[in-house]
Ligand binder design. Sequence first.
Ligand code: DX5
Ligand code: ZN
Length: 222
Amino acid sequence: MKISPSILSADFTRLKDELKAIEAAGADYVHVDVMDGHFVPNITIGPFVVEAIKKATRLPLDVHLMIEEPERYIDDFAKAGSSIVTVHVEATRHLHKVVQMIRDKGLKAGVSLNPATPVHTLDDIIGDVDLVLIMSVNPGFSGQGFIPSALKKIEAVRRMIGETGRAIELEVDGGIKVNNIKEAALAGADVFVSGSGVFGTNDYGKTIEAMRKEISPVRLKA
Ligand code: DX5
Ligand code: ZN
């Protein structure tokens, strides 16, 4: 079970301190939300800032690309120091190709589904990925409420992963807090993104500890 705080909710005037703080608080990954103003309404950061983040933390960078035609930027995000690169199935016509591009760089490849995208869109790609990311909000902004129908999708994807027999991470992103993280774990998620749920609290260490306490008794179904 891994916690991946989303730096989108961090104080960007103190980014290095924020990164050190989540590292000390026991985070497993740093979730980096990249938005292009086309795939989603918001614009956030690009490879240049990802490179700076990489220099400021030892944690693996879990880079979530909410951009159209992500194939155009895989090289840049690989060079910037990403460990995991996740693309949206809705954002490219060449999903298989982009997944191969990511893996050819020696990185973990993730694919993500928006709330209304059915899980069967993963049928012919799941065998090639290292991570599936289920969006539990509409991508674009932090601080939104968890969409409950994501739980059924997580359950379905957990079953699909079981059928592959491969170790594929199942990440949930959007509206995750101490009070609902357990539901997502029970549904089958094993990587939990949380933006405002961590950075919106006073003590990141206590928050991550409380999250782990919620999810640690949960055993994943095979
Ligand atoms: C939404 C992003 C999320 C977001 C999470 O588009 O992909 O990673 O920052 O923030 P919270 O946890 O506040 O919903
Ligand atoms: Zn994200």
